[in-house]
Design a protein around this ligand. Sequence first.
Ligand code: 4NP
Length: 154
Amino acid sequence: MKVLFVCLGNICRSPTAEGVFRRAVEQAGMADTIEIDSCGVGNWHVGKAPDARAQQAALRRGIDLSALRARQLQEHDFIEFDYVLGMDQDNLRAIHDLKPGNNRAQVGLFLDYAGTPGAEVPDPYYGGEEGFENVLNMIEAASDGLIQHLKRGL
Ligand code: 4NP
């Protein structure tokens, strides 16, 4: 099972989702069955490590994002991944625009798995530190929900 998290720049929300979900998967004993990656719909930050604020917020919860590097969503991702999950409605539109006709990927919003269908993880880039804490709280809840969903399908 392969899960891809998608945001705009791949330096704030989706790398946070990658790190938080990876830890949740490890804690659930599912690391051998679930592969995780993240990317952005834009290319401005390709090759960069996650935003320093995102790294610091994640580290406060014991999650190290420093090795991650931004990349852009590609058509091939829809062949490779089972789930392609956007953080907000703009991401979701961009994902659908790139999605080829023939593929197996399930496309949706990450927060659909937090029991709040249609809800968005808000972009923290232009805000303060509390925005990054808010993102982490939402992503932790959605990660637990996604694990329960995937367990039902295994
Ligand atoms: P992300 O946040 O999509 O969560 O990685 C952003 C990062 C960079 C920009 C916008 C959002 N930007 O405009 O450069």
